[in-house]
Design a protein around this ligand. Sequence first.
Ligand SMILES: Nc1ncnc2c1ncn2[C@@H]1O[C@H](COP(=O)(O)OP(=O)(O)OP(=O)(O)O)[C@@H](O)[C@H]1O
Length: 222
Amino acid sequence: MIRFEHVFKRYPERGEALSDIGFEMSPGEMVFLTGHSGAGKSTLLRLIGLLERPSRGKIFVNGRNLASMPRRQIPFHRRQVGMIFQDHRLLPDRSVFDNVALPLVVMGLGHKEIGRRVRAALDQVGLLKRERATPVALSGGEQQRVGIARAVVARPPVLLADEPTGNLDPDLSREIFVLFERFHYVGVTLLIATHDLNLVSSMRHRTITLDEGRVVDDSGDW
Ligand SMILES: Nc1ncnc2c1ncn2[C@@H]1O[C@H](COP(=O)(O)OP(=O)(O)OP(=O)(O)O)[C@@H](O)[C@H]1O
């Protein structure tokens, strides 16, 4: 589902953020991405989401080579890859419903279909009753779950999460990770960047570790 072949990413001001990255993920795999701050985790996720381009190397997502993807197909690619961020990136002046509906509005779906899918996504994250609330009225954990509902509402086969529990206490963090496992069990491919080594070690999934932009460990393929 995801394959990196000798991928490098260089920022002119900083030098190499990623060096010779190679790994593969099978469909439905759930993998943690760890490493010190600045190791390159966010950069790696942004390359998969086509928010950035590699300086060298090849990246395949769902069999497609991202380098040769025509510009007009990028919106389609982004629908295949749901992204979840530490800071949620919710629109503060819109309701929970509207925030989750956004990807479907962009896709041009009809009103009824949007309603059906948004409620299904909110149900999956346990927030069906909060659809009219605005994000400020929600707790940090609830806001993150709205971010997750928005990422899954278009039913992407791949989910990427960048420090999704960075602002949450251990109990809420575990709830979010359990939610991710539920998507894993229904066949979604998940790559989750996290500093939370306690949770990672308690959950027994494959873990890829970056150090200075290189893969230094790829273990626990249980
Ligand atoms: N847009 C950018 N321009 C220049 N340098 C960048 C850019 N994005 C990231 N970098 C640099 O690339 C390196 C890797 O950063 P990245 O954000 O991928 O690391 P990270 O492992 O996600 O760190 P953190 O855990 O702190 O989020 C860092 O040295 C960072 O300063």
